[in-house]
Design a protein around this ligand. Structure first.
Ligand SMILES: [Zn+2]
Length: 412
């Protein structure tokens, strides 16, 4: 057994422990409690700072880690999203793999030990499934209308099947139907059916922009124009559905306990109630929303209503880094500006970034320090005299000094 001690341990599963210890045996947590009572160990590592479960990035695209210049750039959403279609075909498999590896390294350095990763090129599966990360690699379907699905369906299914077959990692394979404005209705239905047949999880983008709402409700706006320009014929482009994107996803059976959605910026009370009833969590990505001027997610409403939420960075094409902790002060500011009274807010946010992410991915073995869980830990160099949740939300960003992933220690 290897015992790690810290002045403060925040297990998430249970009370905060002062002068705490976590014992790790064969990649699993074997002990959590006071350092004085820790079992006999072959090795002990003493950390300063606050020890927490590894963070869960509940929405990212690690294959786009090489597109950081798109975050720095000025392109607004409509131009920004079309940039992917222009750039992607030029990348070699080696470039995709290198970008994904870089994203994995940046995640681990930030104390992130699990991801909900949207995989666009098939080549990106390999580094992800070979990594120590836990989570789900969601194979993405994007820019496909019903007319071209017949031709795309076969190879698309093969990638899911092949990667599931070779996979013996802690990362499961899932499916990401990109959005309602980039896929035909028949394509979405087929993807949902395929996922349910294979018993794998789904992760679409939902209600990210006002333009998405315009397209789904009325078949109008910039995305209708974009689809005409790309020759993509979607049913919603013909007059729209007359209801919200969340309602449309409900209609297509693309909500449920086996689904979590990214963004959820434009969700009204009824939409949020629908997601809550379906058991569908929202991965909040506030910094990406700010960069793309998509709007502000309803953080205070989610907390007041008790909705399941998680935290994601989104990709480096719209976020300044892959540091989940850096999302937390931004979400806190939004919640307070939206009328949250702040009481217990720091704890709620840190739970969203750990156990909330785990729940969004349907996992019970990550996101908390408890006996039997995967040994995924993060140590942050933050003030140990303060309330630990306040210290973490206020200053964990950029201050991860060690990560333990599946029992392997990485010091930064
Ligand atoms: Zn995304």
């Amino acid at each position: 057994m290897h015992v790690y001690t810290a002045p403060v341990v925040v297990p998430i599963a249970g009370e905060i422990i002062r002068e705490g210890a976590v014992g790790v045996d064969q990649g699993r947590i074997a002990y959590v409690g006071p350092a004085d009572d820790a079992p006999e160990a072959e090795a002990t590592t003493e950390f300063d700072g606050v020890m927490t479960p590894g963070l869960v990035n509940a929405h990212t695209h690690l294959c786009y880690t090489g597109y950081a210049d798109m975050h720095e750039g000025e392109k607004e959403f409509f131009e920004w999203i079309q940039e992917f279609a222009r750039r992607n075909p030029a990348n070699t498999d080696e470039e995709w793999k290198a970008a994904t590896r870089s994203g994995i390294d940046q995640s681990l350095r930030a104390g992130v030990t699990a991801v909900a990763d949207v995989v666009t090129p098939a080549a990106a599966f390999e580094p992800l499934l070979a990594s120590d990360l836990a989570g789900i690699a969601y194979w993405e379907a994007c820019f496909i209308d019903d007319d071209s699905w017949d031709e795309r369906r076969g190879p698309w299914r093969e990638v899911v099947t092949e990667n599931r077959a070779v996979n013996n990692s802690a990362i499961a394979v899932g499916i990401s139907p990109h959005t309602l404005y980039t896929l035909g209705t028949g394509v979405i239905k087929a993807l949902v059916e395929h996922a349910r047949t294979l018993d794998i999880r789904l992760h679409p983008h939902l209600a990210e922009t006002g333009h998405e709402e315009m397209f789904v409700r009325g078949g109008a706006g910039p995305f209708a124009f974009m689809n005409r320009r790309m020759g993509l014929k979607l049913q919603l482009g013909d007059g729209g559905a007359g209801h919200s994107p969340a309602a449309e996803m409900g209609k297509l059976d693309l909500l449920g306990g086996d689904v979590h959605v990214a963004h959820g910026v434009h969700l009204d009370k009824d939409d949020r109630a629908l997601l809550r009833e379906k058991g569908t969590a929202v991965a909040l990505c506030a910094r990406s929303n700010a960069r793309l001027e998509s709007g502000e997610p309803p953080v205070a409403a989610h907390r007041a209503e008790g909705n399941p939420v998680a935290v994601g960075t989104d990709s480096r094409a719209s976020a300044p880094d892959l540091d989940v902790a850096a999302e937390l002060p931004v979400l806190r500011r939004l919640a307070l500006a939206q009328g949250d009274d702040g009481e217990g807010l720091n704890e709620w946010l840190f739970r969203a970034a750990t156990e909330g992410g785990a729940a969004a991915l349907g996992r019970t073995d990550i996101g908390a320090i408890k006996a039997g869980a995967r040994a995924d830990l993060a140590v942050f160099d933050v003030d140990t005299d303060k309330n630990p949740y306040a210290a973490l939300v206020g200053s964990a960003a950029g201050n991860c000094k060690a990560t333990v992933v599946a029992g392997r220690l990485i010091e930064h």
